[in-house]
Design a protein around this ligand. Structure first.
Ligand code: AMP
Length: 278
């Protein structure tokens, strides 16, 4: 497995890209295994390339960016074990060359209209679209794998790719969870031992809401479970799964939650209705 810092050294041929910000865990590893398998099946000589780049433009809190864990050596080991062909860990200057404005593509509606992540984290999806387009330009992948854990991001990237007519197929990857249902996340390490049990309420809320008979009762139920465990709710919503607008009968729906526990912001989602999380 190669570790590449300079985009000029990315010459492995057609590939699958798994974009990450590092601090990798089993959730990322599952995406990398899926990416490696897709590359093998499609005969893509470049295999699975994992980008590790803590993108400053998608952070809307400076402190969050500063404390984001940077663990490249351990990340490379996880990538190797999961079958990656290369880790692409560019310096900031390679992604955003000084003095050269890296354009932000026109944002798709799903990045600005739903009033969920877009409202809670102003500028976040602008940074995501900017870095995803830039990484696609640098790596030129045929396929890119994104996790369902960040459901709204997945919809944003799918719409962006389609609106810009990019020749890359977006493949979703299932959310990997801890035994109590907590979705794995690089930020979970900031939960204290006292806080950690309460974090399981996020998954419990999705399951409880999934069993309610209407979106409105599901939203109330999710909020109750989260607040009951001492979390500060940012949103607990049932939306159209693809547009993220208000749900309409006959279309797939998704339950989406964001809540804060101490200094940690937790997000998760699940199909709605649902009888349990896979
Ligand atoms: P991040 O490094 O947090 O930006 O995430 C990189 C990719 O991994 C994104 O596509 C995420 O949706 C995905 N991801 C993060 N957590 C998980 C998880 N628990 N299970 C599966 N994929 C995940």
């Amino acid at each position: 497995m190669r570790i590449v810092h300079d985009p000029g050294d990315l010459d492995g041929g057609p590939c699958v890209l798994v974009p990450t910000m590092g601090a990798l865990h089993e959730g990322h590893a599952s995406l990398i295994r899926a990416g490696s398998e897709i590359a093998r099946q499609r005969g893509l000589a470049g295999g699975c390339v994992v980008s590790v780049f803590v993108n400053p433009t998608q952070f809307n809190e400076a402190a969050d960016f500063e404390r984001y864990p940077r663990t490249l050596e351990a990340d490379a080991e996880i990538c190797r074990e999961a079958g990656a062909a290369a880790v692409f860990a560019p310096e900031r200057e390679a992604v955003y060359p000084p003095g050269v404005g890296v354009p932000t593509p026109r944002l798709p509606d799903v990045a600005t209209r739903p009033r969920l992540e877009d409202a809670m984290r102003p500028g976040h999806f602008k940074g995501v679209c900017q870095v995803v387009k830039r990484l696609f330009d640098l790596v030129q992948p045929r396929v890119a794998v994104f996790g369902e854990k960040d459901w709204q991001q997945l919809q944003v990237v799918e719409q962006l790719t389609s609106e810009l007519r990019l020749r890359v197929t977006i493949v979703p990857g299932r959310t990997v969870r801890e035994s109590d249902g907590l979705a794995m996340s690089s930020r979970n390490r900031f939960l204290s031992a006292q806080e950690r049990p309460a974090a399981g309420a996020v998954a419990r809320a999705l399951v409880a809401g999934g069993k309610c008979s209407t979106p409105a009762t599901a939203e109330r139920r999710m909020r109750m479970v989260l607040e009951g465990a001492g979390l500060r709710v940012e949103y607990a919503a049932v939306r159209d799964a693809w547009t993220l607008e208000r749900p309409r009968r006959g279309r797939p729906m998704r339950a989406l939650v964001a809540a804060r526990l101490g200094t940690v912001r937790l997000i998760d989602n699940a199909p709605w209705p649902c009888s349990g999380l896979e």
